[in-house]
Design a protein around this ligand. Structure first.
Ligand code: 5GP
Ligand code: MN
Length: 329
């Protein structure tokens, strides 16, 4: 028999596992966490998913999402954190002392990952879900419809429906495997992309009016607390706005700055290939991918926004040149 992988060895030794998704969760962290928890249950483990923040409402269709709680690790033998590049992303569920008392597996696809686990499965893939799919065979898990639905949701959300530059042949192969297992690609796409609230429309309308385009091609807008209140919007309504801005032809970088009630600014960044916004996000204590990154920065909206817009304009000036369009080469 071949040597069991390190993950397999840790899973074999554990009777119970807590799988942790990151704060302000998205489809990849929730889909990955649920998919992995279902896989571990198939192996006879007691597994639960924990997340410091509530799941976005468009993920309500995912099997097991209603059982996710904000309970920190308790007596579980093993902690697995998915899609979180650093421990700050674990939020209130992180406790250095608790984490030091048992093995911690860090499964992530962010280039900025800080390798905080006792085992770090960090590989650059489209999504953490794609990475977890790779581990299933090793774990001795048979892919079923439940697991496939969770993992395909992670792939679809992190690649925005297989449209972003992190989509590779391996992502498409993973989608083939998951759809062959029964996951419904059109239904997942519809659930995660085609349902928007009227409060989102009002918020985006106000945010569009406030957009500014810098001469370097930095398109940005800001969302003060008053703007959210006037629109009757919640945090979820602010998500995705930066993606829309990135579709504007003049935008080489797009950015949104959202004021939080805790006196911080939640920053979302997108860029064309050739400009690495994860470097800018890292400088401000965040992380992400070259073309999609973010950070949560203490300070006033005006101050944080002006410092980051400056850094983005600088990054845009250092662009290595236009990205090749489709059909080039
Ligand atoms: P989004 O703009 O969609 O919230 O996030 C884009 C990417 O940046 C995601 O991969 C996300 O994990 C990462 N990201 C967003 N905010 C933060 C942050 O505060 N810290 C870190 N480390 N990564 C972030
Ligand atoms: Mn992800």
């Amino acid at each position: 028999m071949p040597n069991p992988s390190e993950l397999r060895a840790l899973a074999d030794e554990a009777a119970s596992v807590v799988v942790i998704a990151h704060i302000a969760p998205d489809g990849d962290t929730i889909g990955s966490a649920l998919g992995l928890a279902w896989a571990l249950r198939q192996l006879g483990k007691r597994a639960r998913v924990a997340c410091a923040d509530p799941s976005p409402r468009e993920l309500a269709f995912l099997p097991g999402v209603g059982d996710i709680s904000a309970e920190p690790p308790e007596d579980e033998d093993l902690i697995i954190v998915v899609d979180a590049s650093d421990v700050e992303r674990i939020g209130s569920l992180y406790d250095a002392q608790v984490f030091a008392t048992r093995p911690v597996v860090n499964i992530d696809h962010h280039i900025t990952n800080q390798r905080y686990g006792t085992l770090n499965l960090v590989t650059q893939r489209s999504s953490t879900a794609e990475l977890i799919l790779d581990q299933l065979t090793d774990l001795g898990v048979t892919l079923d419809l439940t697991i496939a639905t969770c993992l395909l949701t992670g792939l679809v959300t992190d690649t925005r429906g297989f449209t972003t530059s992190n989509t590779t042949p391996a992502s498409l192969e993973a989608a083939v495997v998951l759809t062959r297992a029964g996951a419904l690609l059109p239904a997942i796409n519809d659930a995660v992309f085609n349902h928007r609230s009227i409060t989102l429309l009002r918020l985006w309308g106000a945010a569009f009016v406030a957009t500014r385009l810098e001469e370097e091609g930095v398109l940005w807008t800001e969302l003060p607390l008053t703007m959210l209140a006037q629109a009757g919007a919640d945090l979820a309504d602010a998500k995705g706005l930066v993606n829309f801005l990135s579709s504007i032809d003049e935008a080489r970088i797009s950015a949104t700055f959202r004021e939080t009630p805790e006196g911080k600014v939640d920053v979302s960044l997108r860029s064309v290939p050739g400009i690495d916004v994860s470097q800018v996000a890292m400088r401000f204590g965040g992380g992400g991918h070259p073309q999609a990154a973010g950070c949560l920065v203490p300070g006033t909206l005006g101050d944080v926004r002006s410092r980051i817009v400056q850094a983005l304009r600088e990054a845009a000036r250092q662009d290595r040149g236009p990205a090749p369009g489709p059909g080039v080469g």
